[in-house]
Write a protein that binds this ligand. Sequence first.
Ligand code: NOJ
Length: 725
Amino acid sequence: MISTEKGSWLTPAIKSQAEQLLSRMTLEDKVGQMTQYDWGFNPINPETGVSQRDLLREEIRLGRVGSIFNLSGAEEANELQQLIQDNTELRIPLLIGRDVIHGYKTVFPIPLAQASAWNPELARKTAEAASRESMADGVAWVFAPMIDVSRDPRWGRIAESIGEDPLLTSDYAKAWVEGAQVDDGPGLAAASCPKHFAGYGLAEAGRDYNTVDLSDRVLREVILPPFKEAVESGALSIMASFNEINGVPVCANPYLLKTILRGEWGFEGIVASDYNALQELITHGVAGSEEEACERTVLAGCDMDMHSGIFIRHLPKLVREGRVPESVIDQSVLRILAVKIKLGLIEKPFVEAVAPEAAAVARAGFTELAREAARESIVLLRNENSLLPLSKDGQSIAVIGPLADNSKDPLGCWAFDGKPEDVVSMLAGIRQAAGASAIQFAEGCAIADASEEGFAQALEAARQADVVVMALGESLEMSGESRSRTSLDLPGAQRRLVEEIAALGKPVVAVLLSGRPLALPWLEEYADAIVQAWHLGVQSGSGIADVLFGDYNPGGRLPVTFPHNIGQVPIYYYRKKTGRPPAGVYSSYYIDSTTEPLYPFGYGLSYTTFSYGPVVTSRTTMKADGVLVAYVMLENTGCREGEEVVQCYVRDEVASVTQPLKKLIGYQKVKLAPGESAVVSFSIGAKELAILDGDMNWTVEPGDFTLWIGPNASQGESVSIKVER
Ligand code: NOJ
């Protein structure tokens, strides 16, 4: 039986349709539904000459496949769905998946960039657009959002994340799930698949796939809240992560999959394994055979096997031998069928071709959204003497660097459906925007090459110019899955190039196109302005130009702490005090580095300035179940309209369990005209003040709390409040 709680997506009608289908299925049919393959992986057997796809076609005809991913378009999707319709008795369509992480054909900024907008509604729109585009190709299951809280910029997958904060990540999780699953009736656009459940972002030493060992406290305080939010927002599936957590790989981890996900949260959707993760139980050394891996994962609560084929090879036998109860299989299959029914696949397995004119109109809308997303994702880190915005009139600009005339790398780490020819490069964006200004371009050096051959040409271009704009950073292959780094510096000869250009004494703007926070404290000596532009997708150059020339006033803020050096990593704002004194030789510090970040979490500048008044509260004491309101007067004290992200943090001063120095409990993005003021308020109650006590219960403990309202995690006005007994 599957439950049909009130308000759940699992209505009695869906449930009964799923149960009717199940009653007509053989054991092999059932396990087939629990089996998923990668269509993109197509080796040819050298002995038989048979390709993997031919084998899969046969498996599909036999009804031994429930899901496929990595297809390339509507035609292929329809061809495979047709195989099911023509050859199987029950005609249960394939659930077709894809890594639609930051856009499909229209590539949007990487998630870490979108997080910099501190605007979950933006992510809702991009997720919705991506699902509409992918659905038109028959992809009804998007493996997103990626909501692993990440504190380590060495880890390449930080690019796919929302950064380091549980609240910001939770808000994006909700918007992303709802956006991806937009209701286009009769079914949803697509099912989302929040991932990677759980703890994957805390891989030791930032090395992808590495061991994760973390306390139940960190798990429940930091890692799980975004997943809980995703479940409450109606996510139809969840992907179990590759990693082990406290000794047990997640797809075989009943504590995570059963006790927490199903038991505590009532999750009703599909739990899918990550790629070949069942096979990896053997490599991890927790299963001695495929059979054992199969038994462990299915009993732990995993419903679908991504690509290993272990379920289909072993599960029927294990059921017949009584090692796995058939009722467990039935539960998994009911979930999978329910999702297929919810998506409307049973009635409509095929996708219809969209008229080219309608497709072009839709694409234009998505491209406009991509530009909005690109410019909103940009964070202004430094702007000495208000060098930015640049004038479009009459000055000469040298555009230098390996990421300027580059339309590949702005696509970012998960953009295999995006095309470089659709990307507006930074150089093209500047050329489009610069009006009467003269633009000179020189690459200077490659991204990761030590050669300085191109320096002379770049120096010549810079000499001719009034201002130099440098496009620096990382290639798209330097972040994302399996792309961890041990250096957070600019690769190749880029630093040397900056040093030489800056020695000319011209004003320098450094634009950083990267998939992770880089640690570049030295850059401040050379660049008057620094713009964190990330990998921004197809409208990268237009978004950057909008910011550089002031058509858009940057309002992005960092969703992750920027370190001074790699030795400080992991460095994040949600850290604890130690018992040591604040300064002195036996305090907690480094003998060779500051402990402060280079740019704190929440930081970002604007072309205008904002001033904060004192923080005022509606009352200074409250009951544990009461509510108070904290206010601040915010004023735009500059000469332009601009947006400020007003952030509210709390600290429980004395608690039964040590607490973070600060915890983000609210934020608001406020737009003000020059000279305009607004009162910004935050409502503070049990949700904001609760801590996880020694018994792992969320409780508000009486005592003193400090509240801050300010522009980032390191600044802000504070006020004390008391929770009474
Ligand atoms: C492995 C990755 O960890 C996961 O994020 C992705 O969805 C799958 N491969 C499928 O490509």
